[in-house]
Design a protein around this ligand. Structure first.
Ligand SMILES: *[C@@H]1O[C@H](CO)[C@@H](O)[C@H](O)[C@H]1NC(C)=O
Ligand SMILES: *[C@@H]1O[C@H](CO)[C@@H](O)[C@H](O)[C@H]1NC(C)=O
Ligand SMILES: *[C@@H]1O[C@H](CO)[C@@H](O)[C@H](O)[C@H]1NC(C)=O
Length: 232
């Protein structure tokens, strides 16, 4: 009987935990006071509403409603809609910057398009692509060309306490400055801390290898925004 009660209590605890972490997109999570606004971006909440600067999770991490906001487990992500046709069956975002037309069906077709290098695909945007600078968030995770942490709006230690993972993360996209820097997150006693570091010499931080290298990373070369349709 006691064993049954313990099992029941465990079941209720797990159910609450699963419900708790399965929050929706743009909804403030009670555990973290953070709202995911896309698969990979989040805002802090004030009076239960997301507000203020937009922060991005490191490459390979998804925004979740868990107490650790950025998580590598894709199943925990709050914002779904990636790869799904929108309510009017017009398009589905495939990656942060590409989409497929749905042609009136609920399955994405082979007809794919690109948002160009400075726009992102958003599931709720009737124009499909929009500029992140104007507030459009990517529905699908980034493709490894994430722009990193904006250290003018968040300190490395605040960022590291969101990520809660030891490692090096990219900072920005300015060829001469932030492309040559990285944030290193580490556990200092029991709290997460982070520092801003410079790559040696004339090297750039490679967000895939997590090392500084001589080659200029793709995120540091600015492109021209174009909307191109390709029929494979
Ligand atoms: C980057 O540095 C180069 C050479 O030092 C300089 O010519 C260029 O104007 C700089 N670019 C920016 C955006 O500061
Ligand atoms: C680590 O934590 C201690 C105590 O909180 C603090 O004094 C110290 O400056 C921290 N070190 C770093 C590198 O953040
Ligand atoms: C970054 O590192 C990856 C993995 O080591 C490598 O394949 C890629 O070529 C590097 N990119 C640049 C721009 O150096």
């Amino acid at each position: 009987m006691l064993r049954l009660l313990i099992l029941l209590a465990l079941g209720v605890f797990l159910a609450i935990r699963i419900l708790g972490i399965r929050a929706d997109c743009n909804v403030c999570a009670s555990v973290s006071n953070v709202a995911c606004i896309s698969n990979t971006a989040f805002q802090f909440c004030s009076s239960a509403l997301p507000s203020g600067p937009v922060y991005t999770c490191p490459t390979g991490y998804y925004c979740t409603a868990d107490d650790v906001t950025c998580n590598t487990n894709v199943a925990l992500r709050s914002c779904i809609g990636c790869g799904t046709c929108d309510s009017s069956n017009t398009f589905a975002c495939l990656t942060a910057t590409t989409f497929a037309l749905c042609l009136g069906s609920s399955t994405p077709s082979q007809l794919v398009g690109s948002c160009g290098s400075s726009n992102v695909c958003n599931f709720n945007n009737p124009y499909i692509c929009g500029s992140p600078a104007a507030g459009t968030q990517a529905t699908c995770p980034g493709d490894g060309t994430g722009t990193g942490v904006d250290v003018s709006t968040i300190t490395p230690t605040t960022y590291c306490s969101m990520v809660q993972q030891r490692g090096r993360y990219p900072v920005g996209i300015d060829l001469n400055t932030t492309c040559r820097q990285y944030i290193y997150c580490f556990l200092n006693a029991s709290s997460w801390a982070g520092g801003l570091y410079d790559c040696p010499g004339q090297t750039y931080f490679n967000s895939s290898s997590k090392y500084c290298g001589a080659a200029v990373p793709a995120r540091c070369t600015t492109g021209v925004a174009t909307l191109t349709l390709t029929n494979p």
